[in-house]
Ligand binder design. Structure first.
Ligand SMILES: C[S@@+](CC[C@H](N)C(=O)[O-])C[C@H]1O[C@@H](n2cnc3c(N)ncnc32)[C@H](O)[C@@H]1O
Length: 228
């Protein structure tokens, strides 16, 4: 049984302590976000990472299992004048979104709350484009003054193994934060990417209305069909 973050404690997610220990900027910089990117933040909470990311991308999707959190994000986005933020309620076993339609996916402090983590990570991999990347950040296993109880945490090496089992390649660890690990994972290893001259195909599944990546970006090639 996993414990979910209580939405009534949402202010904790924007505490001065967090701003000091886990500023969003360094992680987002690592991610190479671009103005033509479709970005998803799975388990976005009240938008601590989503809103600064939205300022750098074309479409920013906040997905969360909690409708209360999504309401908070929409209000914060409106207050900040961010018009490219969309929200969608997520479930435990899947991600809304067409295969190969998302450029960057972020998952911060959510892995340890997932009921079926490998399955959800596999779903993230599915929606990523061939050169898409996932940034996974979670609490180190060793004790810290804040954060979930140690018994609920998923340490860095376990998280790395989960990413491998979900099909991710080229997983790199970064030391950005005192109490958190940061893993950057590619959908495909660079050597596996199709050559630039190969014909590109449309995604194997059309995006539904109101799902990440629904709008085709002008001048952008269609994402290559993902490998099985
Ligand atoms: C500790 S909060 C972190 C929020 C945000 N990522 C941040 O860094 O501020 C965990 C969030 O994950 C959400 N969550 C838990 N399980 C989820 C799932 N299966 N799918 C989507 N969101 C989930 C919770 O509702 C909560 O908003």
């Amino acid at each position: 049984m996993v414990n979910k973050f209580d939405h009534r404690a949402h202010r904790q997610l924007h505490s001065p302590e967090r701003l000091r220990l886990q500023p969003a900027g360094p992680a987002l910089k690592l991610f190479g976000l671009r103005s033509d990117h479709v970005f998803i933040d799975l388990g976005c909470g009240s938008g601590y990472f989503l809103l600064p990311a939205a300022a750098r991308v074309q479409e920013a999707w906040g997905l969360d299992i909690s409708p209360e959190m999504l309401r908070l994000v929409r209000k914060a986005a409106a207050d900040a004048g961010l018009r490219n933020v969309r929200t969608m309620r997520n479930c435990e076993h899947g991600i809304p979104g067409a295969t190969g339609s998302v450029d960057r996916a972020l998952v911060v402090d959510v892995l340890h709350e997932m009921t079926a983590p490998i399955r959800l990570l596999g779903e993230i991999r599915r929606v990523l484009t061939a050169d898409g990347q996932l940034l996974l950040i979670d609490w180190n296993w060793r004790p810290s003054p804040h954060g979930p109880p140690q018994a609920e945490r998923i340490g860095r090496e376990t998280a790395r193994r989960m990413l491998v089992r979900a099909g991710f390649r080229k997983i790199k660890a970064y030391n950005l934060y005192r109490h958190h690990y940061v893993l950057l994972a590619g959908k495909t290893a660079l050597a596996e990417l199709p050559p630039a001259t190969s014909p590109s195909r449309p995604p194997s599944r059309p995006a539904g209305r109101g799902t990440p990546g629904r709008r085709r970006r002008p001048g952008r090639r269609a994402p290559a069909r993902p490998r099985a």
